[in-house]
Design a protein around this ligand. Structure first.
Ligand SMILES: *Cc1c(COP(=O)(O)O)cnc(C)c1O
Length: 409
């Protein structure tokens, strides 16, 4: 009965038990992060590091549940941040490990503090490099610039393609030729590119060729090359041997240290969102199920990307006898998780288990409609559960105001 939405790796850590058996006691909705899943991924990534000598960082924007940073630091070289707060979190919660940061543009009023946390600072443009580069160098930081190799290897997900026409992310060769100075190039320790999204190593291989073609004259002048994220290394059918060949090739040919900073791959299939059915209604042909969780609030990528998340015991519409449209309790007509089919009819109170919910969820959710934030639980290797957060009304209210200080008279 397992189909595309009930792939084994997603739910294999349940060892064939039913979701109700394992998660039935937890208040819903809640996220559960599975220690075993993180360790399984960590081991795969650590073996890539051991086989190649590259360094792998956690891209915190995908997963930043720092209760697990001590665990992840057993496997990884450090963290990657999108700005000041993530850099600080990485420095505080993974002490002694490397902190790398890339941001579309740095702020004058944050840069000094950022220097306290970051080891590597990557600039998006020649102008940012010229503005902040010397200051960072003088503080002993390793600095790089993000390049845009103008090599799109994905179709259909333009919002995740930094190589799309007119992209603001990274410096193309043309921009480089127009805006870089010898002095700025001399400051550089490394180059950074990030162009992939949930892709295999064949896409990386193609991208690396484009980097060599466009920036081959720069590569001999730098010490490190950061190949960004989007490498789906821990997916069961990912071609790791090819990844290791590509890394080895770059190390040998250009004598550079290689960094990877995946987000998804680190917590892939290492979490769940546990939900229950609140109501079942029928409108013409469509059986609508209202859950106590919301796509818009609790799994925003379902709408943003968009995609249909894996759901235990369910399949694509048309595969199994009973079809239901799953949606959230919010007012948004489009707050729909997807049309799924089931062996049995759904009824109020049923537990539904969404898979692969550790990434781009707990760090991206919101309280739209006054929805509560689902608590985050840890499932330890021994099967025990512990609660990591205690969200409630105050988390909704605190973000909305209550004037306290009069700054502008
Ligand atoms: C998003 C991002 C990552 C992580 O991407 P994943 O797709 O989660 O692996 C790494 N580096 C940069 C610069 C990013 O923007």
């Amino acid at each position: 009965m397992a189909g595309a939405l009930d792939r084994r790796p997603v739910f294999e850590l349940l060892n064939g038990k039913s979701p109700e058996e394992i998660f039935g006691e937890l208040p819903t909705p809640c996220y559960v992060i599975d220690e075993k899943g993180l360790r399984r991924n960590g081991e795969i990534l650590a073996s890539v590091m051991a086989n190649t000598g590259c360094k792998i960082l956690l891209a915190q924007k995908a997963f930043s549940n720092y209760d697990f940073y001590p665990l992840l630091s057993e496997y990884l070289s450090g963290t990657e941040a999108s700005g000041l707060y993530e850099a600080r979190l990485g420095a505080e919660e993974m002490p002694g490990k490397e902190v790398h940061v890339f941001c579309g543009a740095y702020r004058d009023d944050e840069f000094d503090e950022l220097l306290k946390y970051a080891d590597h600072i990557v600039f998006n443009s020649p102008s940012q490099l010229k503005k902040f580069g010397a200051k960072a160098k003088n503080c002993g930081k390793s600095i790089g610039i993000r390049i845009n190799p103008e090599c799109s290897t994905q179709e259909g997900h333009e919002i995740y393609d930094p190589c799309a026409q007119g992209s603001r992310l990274g410096t193309t060769r043309e921009m480089w030729n127009q805006q870089m100075t010898e002095e700025a190039v001399d400051m550089l320790d490394g180059l950074h590119f990030h162009t992939l999204c949930e892709q295999d190593s064949d896409a990386l291989e193609i991208t690396v060729q484009a980097v060599e073609e466009k920036f081959g004259d720069i590569l001999p002048r730098i010490k490190w090359l950061n190949m960004g994220g989007g490498h789906h290394i821990t997916r069961s059918d990912y071609d790791i041997a090819r990844l290791e060949r590509v890394i080895g090739h770059m190390q040998e040919k250009w004598k550079v240290e290689i960094y990877l900073e995946p987000g998804e791959a680190i917590a892939l299939n290492a979490g769940y969102l546990v939900s229950r059915v609140l109501d079942v209604t029928k409108n013409g042909e469509i059986c609508n199920v209202i859950l106590d969780t919301s796509a818009a609030c609790h799994m925003p990528d379902v709408i943003e990307m968009p995609y249909m998340p894996p759901l235990h015991g369910a399949d694509e519409n048309g595969s199994l006898p009973f079809e239901f449209r799953l949606g959230g309790p919010t007012c948004l007509a489009g707050d729909i998780i997807g049309d799924y089919s089931f062996e049995k009819e759904l009824k109020t109170g049923d537990l539904l288990l969404f898979g692969d919910m550790a990434i781009y969820t707990t760090c991206k959710n919101n309280t739209f409609n006054g929805m509560s934030l689902p608590d985050i639980w840890k499932r330890s290797q021994n099967g025990k559960f512990s609660r990591l957060t205690e969200f409630g009304y105050s988390n909704f209210k605190i973000r909305l105001g209550k004037e306290k200080v009069y700054i502008y008279e």
